[in-house]
Ligand binder design. Structure first.
Ligand code: GEK
Length: 245
């Protein structure tokens, strides 16, 4: 399926408003994320593969900050278990509308899908074998991050998995500068102009707060996860796996 091209920042804007996942962003989201996030498609399709190792029948799978439901769709396509409940949650009404439409294409009778408009910080995780935060955690305020990881940990069954995909920063100045520049060029190569990149960066950096890989690992271990590792990295983007054994 082809989606509308992201041109939101293509003209000079007098006022850079606060970043929101509103209708305008939601309508171009698939184009925006694939042209902006290195490795997004690989990560999303691999998350489906992970489900084959961790999801037994009669358990719940959570896709937190689901946008169009690409993670849920990838899991549905790969899942071996039956009678599972997949719960896709986003607090943007426009994203939820797209998600409902998008997931109609992967309707399954072996498992149940619930698509819910809610703040992921208000949701109680239960009976979970798999929880996915695919580029969502980075938009939570720093004060709410530990709380949600603890709630995920409590809701995961023993043997369950959390997949946490994020944009990272690096304490090493040389590495940070190199990856920053290469990511900038990644977006230029994907057709964004310098104006688009700079305007978007100015507003998104107010709400997208990055942490280092080491810090993520430290926090996940401190919460109780027994095995934590980076399973994918492409420049300053990547994905961690955390197991509750
Ligand atoms: C994907 N996971 O395609 N509660 C619920 N949803 C939220 C919250 C919150 N507190 N904060 C942000 N969101 C998706 C991609 S996009 C990543 C995730 C990006 C939602 C927000 O509405 C948006 O849909 C999503 O998190 C972030 O695999 O835009 O870079």
């Amino acid at each position: 399926m082809s989606y509308r091209q992201d041109k939101i920042f293509s003209l000079p804007l007098l006022h850079l408003n606060q970043w929101q996942f509103d209708q305008q962003v939601a309508d171009v989201f698939p184009d925006m994320i694939t042209r902006s996030v290195p490795g997004y498609s690989i990560i999303t399709s691999m998350i489906g593969k992970f489900s084959q190792y961790f999801v037994p029948s009669h358990t719940y799978i959570y896709d937190l900050g689901c946008s169009y439901g690409s993670v849920t769709s990838s899991i549905i396509k790969n899942l071996k278990a039956t009678d599972c409940t997949l719960i896709a949650i986003d607090n943007s009404p426009a994203m939820i509308a797209h998600c409902k439409k998008n997931l109609q294409q992967v309707i399954t009778y072996d498992n149940t899908i619930h698509i819910i408009e809610a703040d992921i910080c208000d949701v109680t995780i239960v009976n979970a074998s798999m929880v996915v935060l695919n580029f969502t955690f980075q938009f939570l305020s720093l004060g709410k991050r530990q709380q949600i990881l603890k709630s995920i940990y409590r809701g995961l069954k023993t043997g369950g998995v959390l997949i946490l995909s994020e944009k990272f920063h690096f304490d090493d100045h040389e590495i940070q500068t190199l990856f920053f520049e290469m990511h900038h060029n990644f977006k230029l190569d994907n057709g964004y102009s310098r104006l688009e990149i700079n305007q978007k960066r100015q507003i998104i950096e107010r709400v997208l707060l990055t942490e280092s890989i080491e810090n993520h690992k430290k926090i996940l271990f401190s919460i109780g996860f027994t095995h934590v590792e980076l399973w994918f990295q492409y420049l300053n983007f990547g994905s961690l796996i955390a197991l509750k054994y």
